[in-house]
Design a binder for this molecule. Sequence first.
Ligand SMILES: [Fe+2]
Length: 595
Amino acid sequence: MNILGLHIFGHDTGAAIVSKGRLWAIGEERLDRRKHSGYFPHLSVKYLLQAAGLNSINEIDLIVGVTRHNKEGTNVTVSSIRDELGYTGRIHTVSHHDAHAASAFCASPFDEAAIMVVDGLGSKSVEVETGKELPFSLRGLTIKEQKDREEVQSFYRAQGNELTPIRKDCTVPGYMNGLGLVYMGTSVFLNFGDFGSGKVMGLAPYGGQPGKTVEPKFFDVVDGVALTKSEKNFVRHNDLYQKRFFPDLPRRENQALPDDLYTEIAYAVQKETEDGLIEIARHLYRISPSRNLCYAGGVGLNSVANKKILDNTPFENIFIQPGACDSGIALGCALYGANFIEKEAPGRYRFKNAYLGRDYSEEEILEALRNTPNIRFTKEKDIVKRSAALLADGKILGWLEGGSEIGPRALGHRSIICDPGKPEMKDILNEKVKHREGFRPFAPSVLLECAPEYFDLNCESPYMLLIAAVKNDKQGIIPAITHVDGTARVQTVTKNDNGRYYDLIKEFYNITNVPVILNTSFNIAGEPIVETPQDALRCFMSTEMDYLIIEDYLVEAAGPKQLVRGPVADENKLKADDIRGGKGLKRWLKGLKKR
Ligand SMILES: [Fe+2]
């Protein structure tokens, strides 16, 4: 059975496939090189068919996508898939939150779980198919009234091959923003753009200064639902956000951060989000108790809040897959098809690791190397030993190994790495390689068995989705990854899941007595993470990285680099609208014609 999951509308489009018991996934942005790409995922489909060894789209038995109705009530997801791909087989569509829920549960290690989905906005309520009747809150509404309502929070319960929606909450007129949109609205207010929530989270710990804090009430949580009184969406209508919360304060322009004002806003929204999510998760536990919580939706990338949910609710285990945001929607669609439609054996597509991209052959790597001017490359007998020695010597390495990671985090297959023991590394990386704001922290990869010695963490965090305090006596040993509040966004690494990346850290440990390396995504600010060896070489030759490792090959510059001196795109200007509906749709159609 070959099942393809597609995310074709919105931002972060992409595809995932289950075939012969294997799972692959890729985001269109990795291939078309447009950050948060909203283009139809043609390149992703081609990539996955190749990975699975299929020759034609019509070898796919089932495509699962997300329902999208046009004004006439026609499901345009189905017609788009047929038109764009020439696919004649079965198509099934589900709601946006159903896809998120499937991505969280089916990839999890659990046989049963309660599931929480919290994001900006999901499907419109007319597009929500519960498989039964409409949620109670939506009954009796006209189609037009339902169109004004969009998924904002959903609870599910799952066991084996059954996914049961137990509660779905939508925005309602007068309350058009949930917790995720308030957070995104804050990102826009702070001039970080629609996709700057991670920056808000990184800035927050600089706030909370005595006498300077701000305390707006961003949202109310009533019966486990967070909503804010508002007529319109705060991301699209940020003036309403301003009027509601900070009427006397202009939106941030380019003021240096951290400061005493905007930083306190980041602190306040983060704190209220953490408290709100704890309350929401506790409510879910009350109505559907389980030892296990699966959690998805863009808010699930808030690694600070995630650890607080784990620490402050009765749930004993939490699973969040690395594509918790919309980059995991296609994955959720494929897993929905396999588990809940075709009812393949439960647990079959549990995540073994996050590396769902395809491998690159030695021939492909050599071709990329030979076609890149001004480099010198050698095939190393022991690339791990050589790389660890370079890291210990203070060098910055690009590291490409195996298939790429799903989701926005680099987890050791498409990473830039260096020694976290050198305090100056943070500034060097920010200025010379990543070209991003100096206040943003870098994350550590640590051998799992050594994690409790260095961090206040007693569980695995393989996807860098939990924040933990760095132990007091270790903060001076790994300063480049210790954030201003003494925490770090930890990736725990095991031999089983991470192979060579584990060996590298172990070898670095042998040399330095520190089982931790600094790991940041292999890209420049504004650019998607690299996918192919060519992408990696291009990024390497545009930045002041010292060496590049592609599998067994060690690459260094042998001539001038064409250095990029700033972000390749202004992240502050990235708007979801530009790459999906409205104006973006026209651009999308134009882009299609060009291909
Ligand atoms: Fe979402």
